[in-house]
Ligand binder design. Structure first.
Ligand code: XMP
Length: 512
């Protein structure tokens, strides 16, 4: 197995993901715990992540000396390359300008790291993001790749199996980067590559049993894939120590409540409490139009309801949530790091400080497609595993501005018609997520012989692999015309439909 030492990069989890894709087990440890973890971990190789600090400054983090003394292969990425170079006797200076984005890598010497990937080709696309630069390499190293602005873009000591990259092989913008990481963990570190989601499931079940013991767990179901997979996984681990609670906050899509309750009670036979709390949520949201206030209001009420339900079943020590890695990274501002809060996802940043249950989040390290793979491993029906993501705050964040029952009803109907058209056109599985948004704007129209003055619905559909970046879905115009006509004809209160063609970034997937 592989140990990844995290120096605070936004994309460290992507390294873990690529290593898992190569069929190899790995764990991430923050740099300040690495000294303690490494000696007993049994790593076949170590990856040093990127990070926001500068090696040239004093007091910045370093890899444990034990890593270099142990003789295991080491791959340093960006900051990881810099600290490795400095720790092994090279010289690093703070760069005069930071370099971001696409660059062409010229491979200048053969290396095990690039075997079968780039070999002798020039103009290989890589994604740079760094500030420091090496001015003198440590002994034993040579340059294996250069780019226009980075004479030490890739360096290697093939004898000791130390490699340093100034670019990020883990991001999708380095198209062959996954193969480079695979070379490292499989060919250089000698890991077998037989690790799979089935193994992940078994390991996680073991960890859950150890964490939870005989305690009771309460799990919020939202109807989405994440909370469902989390619930089924935890149920496999601890059986009926788990109680699921489905809080209907009145912000669900059409028929959602019935579907979720039916599925869990009838199909899985997992204990489920169905709470209709729509009055509470909608009155708390009355007059609230700021997106962050909305999210925090909903997050807080969820916890209130859970705590009340937990009390009814005689107390629960743990609250389980289907939090995924992208939720974590977008909600949490790492100390000293460059990652800022974009939105308070209600299952992470929206939690009140005073919550008196501990959290169980078995999917916290995974990306959506990995959760789907795990869901299949757990035997969830394909129709459920393939469902588009749905945010915890529900339709509230698809009603920009104030939320009212009337608006929610209109939105619910428009959304149902839109999704029906998508399914009929056979497009559902090609799209990562599609939904309608009810704009807080009325416009003038003409229907029959009369003037109308009604709401605008915006349609959104995006493709994505992990929800962290996304592109708008390129519908055929006929499809959009059909969906618009049906929505205007069938949904009272709407007289205009527009299509959102913004990617993420600069937009986000949801509108709030
Ligand atoms: P954004 O809008 O940030 O969304 O581009 C990325 C993905 O996350 C979903 N999302 C949420 N999921 N709780 C969740 O469980 C939330 O508060 C939340 N906010 C956004 C969003 O639907 C998309 O799939």
């Amino acid at each position: 197995r592989i140990l990844i030492i995290d120096f605070g990069s936004q994309v460290t989890q992507l390294i873990a993901r690529r290593v898992r894709e190569a069929g190899v087990y790995c764990e991430i440890v923050p740099f300040n715990l690495a000294e303690e973890v490494f000696p007993t971990y049994g790593a076949k190789g170590v990856i040093l992540s990127g990070g926001p600090a500068s090696v040239a400054e004093t007091g910045t983090p370093r890899a444990p000396q034990a890593v270099f003394d142990s003789g295991v292969p080491v791959l340093g990425i960006c900051y990881g390359q810099m600290t490795m170079a400095e720790q092994l006797g090279g010289t690093v200076e703070s760069g005069h300008h930071r370099e971001f984005g696409r660059a062409d890598l010229n491979v200048v010497a053969p290396s095990l790291l690039f075997t079968g990937v780039w070999e002798d080709k020039s103009k290989n696309v890589v994604w740079m993001s760094h500030g420091d630069r090496i001015t003198q390499m440590p002994q034993g190293f040579r340059i294996i790749g250069i780019s226009e602005n980075a004479p030490y873009a890739a360096i290697a000591d093939e004898t000791r199996h130390y490699y340093g990259l100034m670019f990020h092989p883990e991001v999708v913008h380095t198209p062959q980067g996954g193969k480079v990481l695979k070379n490292f963990v499989r060919n250089i570190c000698g890991c077998a590559g037989d690790w799979s989601m089935a193994a992940y499931r078994d390991e996680t079940i073991g960890k859950l049993r150890a964490q939870i013991g005989q305690s009771r767990v309460i799990c919020g179901l939202s109807g989405g894939v994440d909370s469902s997979v989390a619930a089924v996984l935890i149920h496999e681990a601890i059986g009926d120590q788990l109680t699921c609670v489905f809080v209907d906050h009145g912000l669900m899509r059409k028929d959602e409540a019935t579907q979720v309750v039916g599925l869990f009670r009838d199909h899985y036979n997992i204990p489920l409490v169905h709470v209709d709390a729509s009055d509470t949520f909608l009155s708390a949201l009355d007059g609230v139009d700021d997106p962050e206030v909305k999210r925090k209001t909903i997050g807080k009420l969820f916890i209130d309801v859970f705590e009340a339900e937990a009390e009814k079943i005689g107390g629960a020590d743990f609250l389980a949530q289907g939090t995924l890695y992208p939720d974590v990274i977008e909600s949490v501002s790492f100390s000293g790091g460059p990652s800022v809060t974009i939105k308070s996802h209600h299952n992470v940043g929206g939690l009140p400080e005073r919550m008196n249950m501990k959290l169980v989040e078995p999917l916290r390290e995974l990306f959506k497609d990995e959760v789907r793979a795990l869901g299949r491993e757990l035997g969830l029906p394909e129709t459920f595993v393939g469902r588009h993501p749905f945010p915890g705050p529900g339709l509230a964040i698809r009603c920009p501005g104030g939320v009212t029952r009337e608006k929610l009803d209109i939105l619910r109907q428009a959304d149902a018609v839109y999704l029906d058209e998508i399914r009929k056109a056979g497009l559902y599985d090609e799209i990562w997520q599609a939904f309608a948004v009810l704009l807080p704007v009325k416009t003038v129209g003409v229907m029959g012989d009369g003037r109308t003055y009604e709401y605008v619905v915006a349609l959104r559909a995006v493709t994505s692999v992990d929800g962290m970046t996304a592109d708008f879905f390129p519908y055929d115009m006929n499809f959009l015309g059909r969906a618009a006509t049906r929505i205007i004809n069938e949904v009272r209160g709407v007289n205009r439909v527009v299509y959102d063609v913004t990617s993420k970034p600069p937009g986000t997937i949801e509108w709030e």
